[in-house]
Design a protein around this ligand. Sequence first.
Ligand SMILES: [Zn+2]
Length: 407
Amino acid sequence: MKAARLPSVEAHGVESLVSRNGRAVLAAIQSRPRCSRADVARATGLSTSAVSALVTRLIAAGLLVELGANPATGGGRPSVSLGLAPRAGSVIGIHLGHADLRVVLTSLDGTLITEQRHVLDVDHEPAASLDRVARSTADLLTNADADLGRVLGLGVAVSAPVVESRQLGSPPMLLDWGGVDIGGILAERTGLPVHLGNDASLGALAEWRLGAGTGFDDVVYVMLGEGVGCGLILGGRLHTGASGMAGELGHLSVVPDGKICRCGARGCLETLVSKRALVSALAHTLGPAATVESLLDLADAGDRGALRLLADAGQVLGTALAGVCTITDPRLVVIGGDLTARPDSSNALLSAAGRALDAALPPVANHDIRIVRARLGARAEALGAALLAASRAGALLAETSEVIAAP
Ligand SMILES: [Zn+2]
């Protein structure tokens, strides 16, 4: 997010400028990891002395904290990175998954305060699903005895492309959800600012900020769930693309004469490596009641067929990732979702993916890419939704803070 240049002091009253500048400082800090005072000055157009004075005031008010020294560059003094004070407010993150609904309440740095999970099939009935989301949010806040004045926003992770945190892009993979104003409906029901994001993108955000991708600026995150999602962190930022479609890895065609996918194309990656695809491949041995848990149970017990199935999925995935990695040049690939829920059985998949990726990368590409298992498990997407809401919370935090509104 790029902050607008601010008007000069002469053009406005001092009081409104302090309020406006305070908001701009918070907005600049919340949207950049490891943001220093100099970064704030660059982003806002304010002088470094004005930024220093505002930052001192915001720290004294308990809204900002110093997070530590950034690595020194160019022989200069190391700068100190700033962040919103975690306890200055809280946010809600929601993951509308295919099989369940997860609601988390976190502090502004993504630390989990409490959570709820409900079985929910979002392939049906948007109105009923959103009603459930609103009621779960209210329950969670009541049970947590949360200070409602300090709840600063609600993020929602959905299994569809999202444009500008607001609308579902087209074509939505969620049946019946096309054109449903999720943000508007939930904002009206909860009274909170609502921000939408694609679930794999928000999973990437969470794994990067809180999980296996911490400390890396270029990370590819793959979510192996009902489908195959992919989120990209490039140059220390979440990259969602011009139309919210960046990372639609699951619908990359990998078998020209393969099975028809739910998107209408043939031979998409997710017809081979999604949870759905693997469980159905196991149905002839385990019967129609096969689940991903039964697959992982078998693999954990050393069943050769189950291990083979996971390794084959890893190989197809690794080959498909070669294109992504050649284009984006990441340091790290983080693989999450239900199929990597258990460390032992996910080893078969991850090591096959690593070998296939290395074999398929062209000689000129970076071959020093680590593939690791995600750390946040099934909670990643909801935590990412909370981080999205937190990243937009600065303006509201500033408005509710006396120190900025009244200098
Ligand atoms: Zn497809």
